[in-house]
Design a protein around this ligand. Structure first.
Ligand code: ASP
Ligand code: MG
Length: 470
């Protein structure tokens, strides 16, 4: 038994869907998967816009976008489905969904208010539509499957927009509704991201929530694996657009994946896969366009880690752009207590989150998101000391569990960066990352230098893999 989750780009076009159909057919030879889908790429964004536009009273515009959602899915069916009768049947289903969407849109405009509850209902149509089209196409292509409305199983609390499952109910419903189908070898196609309250009101788990759906079902069914299919070769050693030599990482631990996500890498959000990792279910991040490549396995299972080469000093390099450095200098800091307290009180008051920090006796340097800096906040800081701001900087972080145990890493990092002007340095409290702050212009040079230092050919054998496309 396996959970296979396909993201928006994997179901965003007819050719992507065909690719997914082939992947499932192949899997079907050895296992019966629960297939969890996102909305087609771009559709959830459009639905959010429809809700906002209707909420703002611009009905015409909102309905125009709803019409685009209808046309998009009709076109998809036109391209994907051969059988005329099936096409008509799907067109009717699409129309029924979109008509409801339009009615809701009108309702929001009439009431003149957009609640989180209505927003969730509107956003739910993306997954309902993508799965309806996909399940029909999968059946037509010869892999028998059943479409399931996951709102019968994913029962959540009432936090619309960020709902969380009521585990005991979900677990029982999973056993009653999903397991018997998989046990009798029926592939199940269903929606990620959405659920319903006990009273049957539609909820969503929050943007990007379909990974969480997949991990939860993996955990509840205790599947052998969870596969997260995307459009990149698993988790990479760094952004391949920045360094063409980037490789995909074979195996990484949950803490490495989490650290990377926190530090700005575009890997899946670690909290979403936590339910699976806790139950020692291996999570694979795979590429729909290169199904033959091995992707990245994320696991904390010692047996799996030992079986694959989990070596490599550094696992990946993450970059977070759009940062600013704040240097605050004050003689009042020298030999006194309480200064940091006053300083953080200002951050608290203005709800500004600190990313990186380093301090000496008379100065503190912190990085924050450049976009949040405003005059009142800066004035409040100036009341404490001299404030200097450097805009347009980026943190470049080197991440790996083995950093904790190894000597000489800092030396290698800094000597490889000898030609780059480092504005700030920090070793994360987690001890599995070392970060430097550089000017945004210097990011490509810094990342290439680090990649060259830590991912030279000879250090990569068995641990990292060249992407299938290269
Ligand atoms: N379709 C939803 C979104 O775009 C959920 C997901 O794709 O994970 O946020
Ligand atoms: Mg997604």
């Amino acid at each position: 038994m396996a959970v296979m989750k396909f993201g928006g780009t994997s179901v965003g076009t007819a050719s992507a869907m065909r690719q997914v159909i082939a992947i499932i057919a192949e899997k079907r030879k050895s296992e019966t998967p629960l297939v969890v889908l996102s909305a087609c790429s771009g559709i959830t964004n459009k639905l959010v816009k429809i809700a906002d536009t209707a909420g703002a009273g611009r009905l015409e515009e909102a309905l125009q976008m709803a019409g685009e959602v209808r046309q998009f899915h009709l076109d998809l069916v036109g391209e994907l489905v051969g059988n005329e009768a099936l096409r008509l049947e799907l067109a009717a289903k699409i129309d029924a969904y979109v008509t409801r969407l339009e009615r809701l849109t009108e309702g929001i405009e009439i009431v003149g208010e957009l609640s989180e509850r209505s927003r969730d209902r509107i956003c739910s149509f993306g997954e309902l539509l993508s799965t309806t089209v996909f399940a029909a196409a999968l059946n037509e292509a010869g892999t028998h499957c059943e479409w399931l409305d996951i709102r019968q199983v994913m029962i959540t609390d009432e936090r619309f927009g960020f709902a969380r499952p009521i585990e005991a109910i979900c677990q029982a419903k999973t056993e009653d509704i999903i397991r018997p189908k998989l046990d009798s070898c029926v592939v199940v196609v269903t929606q990620g991201y959405i659920g319903a309250t006990v009273a049957g009101k539609t909820t969503t788990l929050g943007r990007g929530g379909s990974d969480l759906s997949a991990a939860l079902f993996g955990a509840w069914l205790h599947t052998d694996s969870i596969e997260i299919w995307t459009d990149v070769d698993g988790v990479m050693t760094c952004d391949p657009r920045m360094v063409p030599e980037a490789r995909s990482i074979r195996v990484m631990t949950f803490s490495e994946a989490a650290e990377l996500a926190y530090l700005g890498a575009k890997v899946l959000h670690p909290d979403t896969i936590a339910p699976a990792v806790k139950k020692n279910i291996p999570v694979y991040v795979l590429n729909t366009w290169h199904p033959e490549s091995k992707g990245t396995l994320i696991t904390d299972d010692p047996a799996l880690l030992a079986g694959k080469s989990h070596g490599g000093l550094v696992k990946s390099i993450a970059v977070r752009k759009g940062q600013a450095i704040l240097n605050i200098r004050s003689n009042r800091m020298f030999g006194r207590h309480g200064f940091m307290n006053e300083l953080f009180e200002v951050f608290n008051r203005f709800a500004v989150s600190v990313e990186m920090i380093s301090s000496s006796e008379v100065s503190v340097s912190l990085t924050v998101d450049d976009a949040v800096l405003d005059e009142p906040f800066i004035q409040a800081l100036k009341a404490l000391g001299d404030v200097e701001i450097e805009h347009k900087v980026a943190t470049v972080s080197v991440v790996g569990d083995n950093l904790r145990l190894s000597k000489g890493v800092a030396g290698r990092i800094f000597s490889s960066l000898r030609n780059v002007n480092l504005r700030m340095i920090s070793q994360g409290a987690s001890e599995i990352n070392v970060g430097v702050v550089v000017e945004e212009n210097d990011v490509p040079a810094a990342v290439s230098a680090l990649h060259c230092e830590f991912f030279a050919e000879s250090q990569c054998a068995g641990i990292f893999e060249k992407p299938a496309g290269s």
